[in-house]
Design a protein around this ligand. Structure first.
Ligand code: GDP
Length: 480
């Protein structure tokens, strides 16, 4: 995926125009620089009888793939789990994150002051756990959209006195989509109306089934207020992580994911990262999305300067030339030159992608274009024999549009072609009268002839669409 029309044509050794034509005939109007979607690629593959393997869209243009060495089994070591907390507003996400952090920050004895950097690491039974400290679904989805599987385990917080709410359900969907195991923290157990069984029942309805009910999800009663159950929750995380056998190779070149970023006074653009593989060190040349730079310093969640950052550990990276986005992947490179080149490639790629997206105009923009007279529309009057075909054809016709031409259905209905239809066509410029499985009577035909109205009748939908596509093409300014 994420291949442009001309790139696809090159790959399959066919003229660009052939590729465009195939899509055009199916009502998809593209130009050579447009990116092809998954559906389009599948259609083309079938049409040209080529095999395509579509890779995860989020992994397109990957210096990672090009650059990061295959994880060698030998050097794999256990790594801490990375956790995201999600749940309905006011159910206690922030409180829980605070309670966990305050209870047992790692390296606490070193005397640092807790910093909110977007992630933090705690210790439980001499094991580390890293929490992403930006609760909510937005960041999580942003990262997933960019293909950054930053989270190993999702904790869904449900207030025991409130039960499952809309954002709880959203959280379940996000978690399931990411395939990360779920642990449910049933919060606010200290409150009088706390009803954990109700929570279990409601969650079970959404296919999050408690272990003690024969399901596979652990429900841990907690109170962010009193600290009750926090220990249990952390133990459960460790147990889940153990089963997952999370590993990384600390000796590899660093690969990290950005969870938060900003511009800081005196530091410039900074990004909080969680290392996914390898070890990130001060002095490393890195590329990070469109940004690049040399790691000037690493500052952990205690505000301490550190020299190296291992797998699943988190710190603020100082030394980038611009602010990276949450979800961007940071990779350590051999040289400054290489990092710069990859960043430039990435920037160019994103620019192209934006261009491509902007040529696929939205409906609102189209309306504006028509108003400005920049977009030509073919007006259609459509009559069909049954409702089903009316809807099908309407939909297909409306899909036949690009940034230059479109179909405008000024009238449609079930039934024969009438004199009214002819008069309407006659009074509308650039119009065509279409009949599907219906024909005009002799009188109507005569009137049409008299008025010079073009009536076209069809019995096969794709022939109708072919003809209209042809008309639209005729209306378009020559492209290549
Ligand atoms: P968020 O919107 O999910 O981040 O929820 P917050 O952490 O901001 O909590 C919302 C409200 O619930 C705040 O007033 C908290 O003090 C309160 N709260 C959170 N956890 C508990 C708890 O365990 N017990 C009680 N009684 N109140 C809680």
């Amino acid at each position: 995926e994420d291949i442009r029309v001309y790139e696809f044509a090159e790959k399959i050794n066919h003229p660009i125009s052939d590729v465009i034509k195939v899509l055009f005939n199916l009502g998809m109007m593209v130009t050579k620089n447009d990116f092809l979607g998954k559906d389009e690629i599948e259609i083309l593959a079938e049409e040209f009888e080529v095999e395509v393997t579509t890779i995860d869209p989020t992994n397109a243009f990957n210096y990672e793939e090009e650059y990061v060495e295959a994880e060698s089994e030998e050097h794999l070591e256990e790594r801490p789990p990375v956790i995201t907390i999600m749940g309905h507003v006011d159910h206690g996400k922030t409180s829980l994150l605070d309670a966990i952090r305050n209870a047992r920050v790692a390296h606490g004895e070193a005397g640092g002051i807790t910093q909110h950097i977007g992630a933090y690491t705690v210790e439980q039974r001499d094991k580390k756990i890293t929490f992403i400290d930006t609760p909510g679904h937005a960041a999580f989805s942003a990262m997933r959209e960019r293909g950054a599987q930053a989270t190993d385990i999702v904790i869904i917080v449900v207030a025991a006195d409130d039960g499952v709410k809309p954002q709880t359900i959203e959280a379940i969907k996000h978690a399931k989509a990411s395939k990360a195991p779920i642990i449910v923290a049933v919060n606010k157990m200290d409150k009088e109306g706390a009803n954990p069984d109700l929570v279990k029942g409601q969650m079970a309805e959404h296919e999050v089934s408690p272990i003690d009910w024969g399901g596979d999800v652990e429900f841990v009663p907690v109170s962010a207020k009193t600290g009750e159950g926090i220990d249990d929750l952390l133990d459960n995380i460790l147990l889940t992580a153990e089963v997952m056998e999370l590993t990384a190779n600390p000796e590899a070149a660093a690969k990290a994911v950005v969870v938060e970023s900003s511009v800081e006074k005196g530091r410039g653009p900074v990004g909080t990262v969680i290392v996914q593989n390898g070890t990130l060190s001060v002095g490393d040349n890195v590329v990070c999305g469109k940004a690049f730079g040399r790691v000037r310093s690493l500052i952990n969640d205690q505000g301490q300067q550190i020299k190296v950052l291992g797998p699943s550990e988190t710190a603020v990276v100082v030394g980038l030339n611009e602010v990276p986005a949450a979800g961007d992947i940071m990779i350590a490179m051999e040289s400054d030159k290489e990092a710069r080149e990859y960043a430039q490639k990435r920037a160019e790629y994103e620019r192209q992608k934006e261009l491509s997206a902007s040529t696929k105009t939205s409906l609102d923009e189209l309306t504006a274009l028509i108003a400005e007279g920049k977009l030509k529309s073919l007006k259609v009057i459509l009559k069909t024999d049954v409702h089903g075909s009316l809807e099908a054809i309407r939909t297909s016709l409306l899909a036949l549009r690009n940034d230059e031409v479109k179909v405008d259905i000024i009238s449609s209905g079930v039934g024969g072609i009438t004199e009214n239809d002819v008069e309407l066509a006659n009074s509308s410029e650039n119009s065509v009268l279409l009949g599907f499985n219906v024909r005009p009577t002799g009188a109507v035909k005569a009137l049409a002839k008299q008025r010079g109205v073009d009536i076209r009748t069809y019995t096969i939908i794709y022939q109708l669409l072919d003809d209209i596509t042809g008309m639209l093409t005729g209306m378009m300014a020559p492209k290549f």
